[in-house]
Design a protein. Structure first.
Length: 154
Protein backbone atom coordinates (compact mmCIF):
# COMPACT_ATOMS: atom_id res chain seq x y z
CA UNK A 1 0.00 0.00 0.00
CA UNK A 2 2.90 2.38 0.58
CA UNK A 3 4.32 2.14 -2.95
CA UNK A 4 7.18 -0.28 -2.33
CA UNK A 5 7.56 -3.35 -4.52
CA UNK A 6 10.24 -5.12 -2.51
CA UNK A 7 10.99 -4.85 1.19
CA UNK A 8 14.17 -3.38 2.71
CA UNK A 9 16.00 -6.67 2.09
CA UNK A 10 14.77 -6.95 -1.50
CA UNK A 11 12.30 -9.71 -0.61
CA UNK A 12 8.96 -10.31 -2.32
CA UNK A 13 7.57 -12.87 0.12
CA UNK A 14 4.87 -10.41 1.17
CA UNK A 15 3.19 -11.01 -2.22
CA UNK A 16 1.93 -14.34 -0.90
CA UNK A 17 0.63 -12.89 2.36
CA UNK A 18 -2.95 -12.37 1.18
CA UNK A 19 -5.16 -15.47 1.31
CA UNK A 20 -6.29 -16.70 -2.10
CA UNK A 21 -8.31 -19.85 -1.36
CA UNK A 22 -9.81 -20.00 -4.88
CA UNK A 23 -6.33 -19.63 -6.43
CA UNK A 24 -7.60 -16.79 -8.63
CA UNK A 25 -5.02 -15.31 -10.99
CA UNK A 26 -6.89 -11.99 -10.58
CA UNK A 27 -6.85 -11.24 -14.30
CA UNK A 28 -3.19 -12.09 -14.92
CA UNK A 29 -3.89 -14.63 -17.72
CA UNK A 30 -6.13 -12.21 -19.60
CA UNK A 31 -3.53 -9.45 -19.15
CA UNK A 32 -0.69 -11.66 -20.43
CA UNK A 33 -2.79 -12.69 -23.43
CA UNK A 34 -2.93 -9.03 -24.42
CA UNK A 35 0.80 -8.35 -24.46
CA UNK A 36 3.43 -9.11 -27.09
CA UNK A 37 6.52 -9.19 -24.86
CA UNK A 38 7.98 -8.18 -21.51
CA UNK A 39 10.74 -5.68 -20.88
CA UNK A 40 12.43 -5.94 -17.51
CA UNK A 41 15.59 -4.70 -15.90
CA UNK A 42 18.50 -6.81 -14.80
CA UNK A 43 17.49 -6.85 -11.13
CA UNK A 44 13.99 -8.11 -11.95
CA UNK A 45 15.42 -10.70 -14.35
CA UNK A 46 17.81 -11.96 -11.66
CA UNK A 47 14.91 -12.10 -9.17
CA UNK A 48 12.73 -14.13 -11.56
CA UNK A 49 15.64 -16.48 -12.31
CA UNK A 50 15.98 -17.14 -8.58
CA UNK A 51 12.33 -18.05 -8.06
CA UNK A 52 11.94 -21.73 -7.27
CA UNK A 53 9.66 -22.30 -10.28
CA UNK A 54 9.92 -23.11 -13.96
CA UNK A 55 10.34 -20.13 -16.28
CA UNK A 56 6.99 -18.34 -15.81
CA UNK A 57 6.66 -16.60 -19.18
CA UNK A 58 5.40 -17.79 -22.55
CA UNK A 59 6.07 -14.43 -24.22
CA UNK A 60 9.53 -13.13 -25.17
CA UNK A 61 11.36 -11.37 -22.34
CA UNK A 62 13.75 -8.54 -23.14
CA UNK A 63 16.25 -7.74 -20.40
CA UNK A 64 17.56 -4.19 -20.21
CA UNK A 65 21.16 -4.15 -19.06
CA UNK A 66 24.28 -2.26 -20.01
CA UNK A 67 26.39 -4.42 -17.69
CA UNK A 68 25.20 -7.94 -18.54
CA UNK A 69 27.33 -9.40 -21.35
CA UNK A 70 24.98 -12.23 -22.28
CA UNK A 71 21.87 -14.05 -21.10
CA UNK A 72 22.72 -17.13 -18.98
CA UNK A 73 22.59 -20.42 -20.90
CA UNK A 74 19.52 -21.69 -18.99
CA UNK A 75 17.48 -18.75 -20.32
CA UNK A 76 18.60 -18.61 -23.96
CA UNK A 77 15.62 -18.51 -26.33
CA UNK A 78 13.49 -17.32 -23.39
CA UNK A 79 15.11 -13.97 -22.63
CA UNK A 80 17.03 -11.59 -24.85
CA UNK A 81 19.45 -8.84 -23.93
CA UNK A 82 18.71 -5.27 -25.06
CA UNK A 83 20.82 -2.18 -24.47
CA UNK A 84 20.77 1.52 -25.25
CA UNK A 85 18.44 4.46 -24.97
CA UNK A 86 14.93 3.44 -24.02
CA UNK A 87 13.42 5.24 -27.00
CA UNK A 88 15.71 3.25 -29.31
CA UNK A 89 14.93 -0.02 -27.53
CA UNK A 90 11.18 0.57 -27.83
CA UNK A 91 11.47 1.53 -31.51
CA UNK A 92 13.52 -1.60 -32.23
CA UNK A 93 10.98 -3.82 -30.44
CA UNK A 94 8.06 -2.10 -32.20
CA UNK A 95 9.81 -2.61 -35.56
CA UNK A 96 9.90 -6.34 -34.76
CA UNK A 97 6.15 -6.41 -34.07
CA UNK A 98 6.31 -6.14 -30.27
CA UNK A 99 3.94 -3.23 -29.63
CA UNK A 100 2.10 -4.10 -26.42
CA UNK A 101 4.95 -4.27 -23.94
CA UNK A 102 4.69 -5.22 -20.27
CA UNK A 103 7.30 -3.12 -18.47
CA UNK A 104 8.42 -4.78 -15.23
CA UNK A 105 10.73 -3.70 -12.43
CA UNK A 106 10.89 -0.52 -10.38
CA UNK A 107 13.91 1.15 -11.99
CA UNK A 108 12.79 0.09 -15.46
CA UNK A 109 9.28 1.47 -14.94
CA UNK A 110 10.76 4.69 -13.55
CA UNK A 111 13.02 5.06 -16.61
CA UNK A 112 10.13 4.47 -19.02
CA UNK A 113 7.99 7.02 -17.15
CA UNK A 114 10.76 9.64 -17.27
CA UNK A 115 10.92 9.16 -21.05
CA UNK A 116 7.09 9.27 -21.30
CA UNK A 117 7.04 5.77 -22.82
CA UNK A 118 4.17 4.33 -20.79
CA UNK A 119 0.62 4.70 -22.07
CA UNK A 120 -1.23 2.55 -19.52
CA UNK A 121 -0.61 1.48 -15.94
CA UNK A 122 -2.23 -1.53 -14.34
CA UNK A 123 -1.50 -1.27 -10.66
CA UNK A 124 -2.27 -3.83 -7.97
CA UNK A 125 -2.43 -2.79 -4.34
CA UNK A 126 -2.02 -5.44 -1.69
CA UNK A 127 -3.01 -4.48 1.88
CA UNK A 128 0.53 -4.60 3.28
CA UNK A 129 2.76 -1.72 4.43
CA UNK A 130 6.44 -2.54 3.85
CA UNK A 131 7.71 0.64 5.47
CA UNK A 132 10.60 1.02 3.03
CA UNK A 133 12.45 -0.82 0.31
CA UNK A 134 12.36 -0.54 -3.48
CA UNK A 135 9.90 2.08 -4.62
CA UNK A 136 7.71 1.53 -7.67
CA UNK A 137 7.67 5.22 -8.56
CA UNK A 138 10.29 7.94 -8.18
CA UNK A 139 10.64 11.65 -8.86
CA UNK A 140 9.56 12.63 -12.35
CA UNK A 141 10.55 15.70 -14.37
CA UNK A 142 6.84 16.58 -14.78
CA UNK A 143 3.41 15.36 -13.81
CA UNK A 144 2.01 12.50 -15.89
CA UNK A 145 -1.76 12.12 -15.86
CA UNK A 146 -3.66 8.92 -16.60
CA UNK A 147 -7.40 8.35 -16.81
CA UNK A 148 -8.99 5.69 -14.61
CA UNK A 149 -10.52 3.00 -16.81
CA UNK A 150 -11.70 0.66 -14.10
CA UNK A 151 -11.08 -0.49 -10.57
CA UNK A 152 -11.59 -4.04 -9.24
CA UNK A 153 -11.45 -5.55 -5.79
CA UNK A 154 -10.44 -9.22 -5.50
Amino acid sequence: MDGYIADKDGNLDWLDSVPNPKQSDMGYTIFMDGIDALVMGRTTFDTVCNFDVDWPYTKPVFVLSNALAKIPEDYKNKAYLVKGKLTDVVKSLNDKGYNNLYIDGGSTIQGFLKEDLIDEIISTTIPVLLGGGSSLFADLPQRISFGLVKSEVH
